[in-house]
Design a protein around this ligand. Structure first.
Ligand code: IVH
Length: 670
């Protein structure tokens, strides 16, 4: 065969394989036996290995997994990947329905789409001219990780769409129950820890640096939403799912549209009953307003759309025996009693411990050591003891008594008036508090030191290498190499990650210090307002309390912390060790009341912008009170059209939407 003919044959096979894939995954209706698919795939693999120059980006051979990556790149989402508000009962759903009707208007005929809430992880997929070219995890909602090479190995993700369009879609990657069980059998046979549940298994598989490993994990996906797109003719969510399916995406066939709450709720009940026999895990049911126009009208809060809600199934309850009650000491000295249980399976994992929150709750629930008790997972995640089964008592059970001294350091315990928590008063010397403080300092939202989790912090602490957070920046390679399970490579990585953390913006350090009542938001507001640690240190109480979102208690706690000799000494030490003490993020924009051309307006961005990125333009609009959506409709107020604006511009012109050039946008902003 000539090279021209070989190229032709390769293209022919690719087209056939894409078609067979489409029939199998999108239509659930294969036209050829698996063996025929495999035969063609082998033929293509052979051609591409003999003639590597004939490989293409969308070749089905990428399913076996390409070259490993060294780390995952961070990527900003075009539009944030939101989460959902929760409903825990049918009453909550009725409340949601009322809110929607009140907002949209009494005469509107609202339809709801009911979808299964798949227990996996949210993913955004991007296609350019119909070819799959990027895929990112949800991450924190604004920024995720590029796991494209791993996603390409998932057979139900089309590599080439039926139309050569640009589009972003969103869905849930999951591991089917059968693959989960098989993976765990293999892992146990290889002496590895089994996965705790399907969601962890899917997340762990997508975070493999080697796509060949991900390829073997049999992951799957359901697409549940359009992202950035030009399909502005669409009117309803169910229609968009239909279009997604026609383009080649796997959508869930159990999705249904309802014109009233009664039928929807009956369907939820039915799905709840069928849950055990589904081939994948679900953790609830998602209800979405069908009409896209109403969705726009309802809008969203900073975290979740107001046009959708997740109904969580009632938690599964099981019975186990309370063998003991142990106390753990947190970062602030708080003692949390934990029930040690006879291990029991609940909602997908084996549970051996369950939180009892505090002394009062143990008393109120009447729990004794030795009791049989009802156990469940709150929010399907945190195991808790619901109530003791008094009828099963034998007389050998006994009351739990809180000690008078800290079980970790022997110091006095105190319980302040009006508080439920009992604390160890030795805040700077109690080893448990110091250790927890260190773990908090390096955690993801604080200094975010990669590779430095709870286990390693404990190891460093118990070997006497760190006593305060400043010691982290004095760690030496030769000391670390002496520790168990610390090879040269992991030591280098660890030191490098610690070094990188010195450059963090101020809010991460503020959060890491563990000042009482200061969370992620409070730390950010302080960093934005005071900009440097020096300024923050000299802030008066009045200045602190006038910081956005800051109350009496919080301002008082920050003030006290910053006037404590020990804290000041620690901050000096950190500064000398090279830890950044300045805020590096964007300044918040103060919107002048009155004449604001952005307030409450709906914007759409299209085409290429030259003076800023899309994300930046979006942030500018949102910081001034505007909203940015993905497609033009009658509800759009302004279209900002960059260079090479396409169908969105024509659409906006047809609908009489106001159009701004990039220059005009910048002028107005300024
Ligand atoms: S819609 C703006 N639909 O649930 C709407 N989410 O708690 C965002 N999920 O991060 C999500 N199945 O990971 C939607 N049919 C479904 C879903 C679903 C699972 C997950 C998704 C999301 C989380 C929100």
């Amino acid at each position: 065969m000539t090279i021209v003919n070989i190229k032709k044959r390769a293209n022919e096979i690719r087209t056939l394989l894409h078609q067979y894939n489409y029939e199998y995954y999108a239509l659930d209706n294969p036209s050829v036996p698996d063996a025929e698919f495999d035969r063609l795939m082998q033929e293509l693999i052979k051609i591409e290995s003999d003639y590597p120059e004939l490989r293409t980006e969308d070749s089905p051979t990428v399913r076996v997994g390409g070259a490993a990556v060294s780390k995952f790149e961070k990527v900003q989402h075009l539009n944030p990947m939101l989460s959902l508000s929760n409903a825990y009962s049918m009453e909550d759903l009725n409340e949601f329905d009322k809110r929607v009707r009140a907002e949209v208007g009494p005469d509107a005929e609202i339809e709801y789409v009911g979808e299964l809430k798949i227990d996996g992880l949210a993913i955004s997929l991007k296609y350019q001219s119909g070819v799959f070219h990027d895929g990112v995890t949800r991450g924190d909602g604004t920024e995720g990780e590029r796991v494209f090479e791993n996603l390409r190995t998932i057979k139900s993700i089309p590599l080439r769409l039926k139309q050569p369009i640009d589009i972003e879609v969103r869905g849930e990657v999951f591991m089917p129950k059968s693959s989960f069980e098989k993976s765990n059998v293999d892992r146990l046979a290889n002496g590895e820890e089994p996965f705790a549940n399907c969601r962890n298994a899917a997340a762990g598989s997508l975070r493999q640096l080697d796509p060949k490993i991900a390829a073997k994990r049999n992951l799957d996906i359901f697409i549940y939403a359009l992202g950035e797109n030009d399909l502005s003719y669409l009117q309803n969510h169910d229609e968009s799912l239909q279009v997604l399916n026609e383009l080649g995406f796997k959508t869930n066939s159990l999705t249904k549209t309802f014109s009233n709450m009664e039928n929807l709720q009956a369907y939820i009940q039915q799905i709840h009953e069928d849950r055990p026999s589904l081939p994948y895990e679900i953790d609830g049911f998602v209800v979405k307003v069908n009409q896209l126009g109403y969705q726009q009208k309802l809008g969203m809060t900073s975290k979740a759309p107001k046009w959708a809600i997740a109904y969580k199934f009632p938690a599964e309850e099981v019975v186990s025996k309370i063998l003991d009650i142990e106390l753990t000491i947190g970062r602030t000295g708080q003692l949390t009693p934990t029930a040690i249980l006879e291990p029991v399976q609940v909602a997908g994992t084996t549970v051996g411990r369950a939180t009892l929150h505090n002394e009062d709750i143990i008393k109120a629930k009447g729990i004794k050591i030795g009791d049989y008790a009802v156990i469940r997972k709150a929010g399907d995640i945190i195991p808790e003891v619901v109530r003791p089964i008094v009828e099963r008592r034998t007389g050998e059970e006994f009351e739990f008594v809180l000690p008078t001294e800290c079980p970790e350091c022997g110091s006095d315990l105190e319980r302040l008036d009006g508080e439920v928590a009992t604390r160890c008063i030795n805040h700077t010397g109690c080893p448990a508090q110091v250790r927890e403080g260190l773990i908090h300092f390096v955690s993801r939202d604080a200094m975010n030191v990669d590779g430095l989790g709870e286990k390693v912090v404990n190891q460093l602490f118990s070997n006497g290498l760190i006593h305060t957070v400043a010691d982290l920046y004095r760690l030496r390679k030769e000391d670390l190499l002496k520790l168990d399970r610390m090879g040269a490579k992991s030591v280098d990585n660890l030191l490098q990650a610690i070094e990188v953390s010195k450059q963090n913006s101020l809010e991460r350090l503020i959060l890491g210090l563990g000042i009482r009542h200061i969370g992620k938001n409070g730390a950010k507001k302080l960093a934005q307002k005071f900009e440097t640690m020096e300024q923050l240190k000299i802030a008066t109480f009045d200045e602190l309390i006038t910081t956005e979102d800051m109350g009496d208690k919080t301002a008082d706690s920050v003030y006290t912390f910053l006037h404590h000799t020990e804290s000041l000494a620690l901050l000096d030490e950190l500064a000398q060790l090279g830890v950044n003490m300045k805020y590096k993020g964007p300044k918040p924009v103060v919107v002048a009341a009155g004449d604001n051309p952005f307030a409450e307006k709906i914007f759409v961005l299209t085409g290429t912008l030259h003076q800023m990125k899309r994300n930046e333009a979006k942030a500018l609009i949102e910081s001034r009170g505007g909203k940015v959506t993905g497609s033009v409709s009658a509800n759009t107020d302004v279209l900002i059209a960059g260079e090479k604006a396409g169908s969105k511009l024509t659409n906006a012109q047809d609908l009489g939407v106001e159009i701004w050039s990039e220059e005009k946008f910048i002028e107005i902003i300024q």
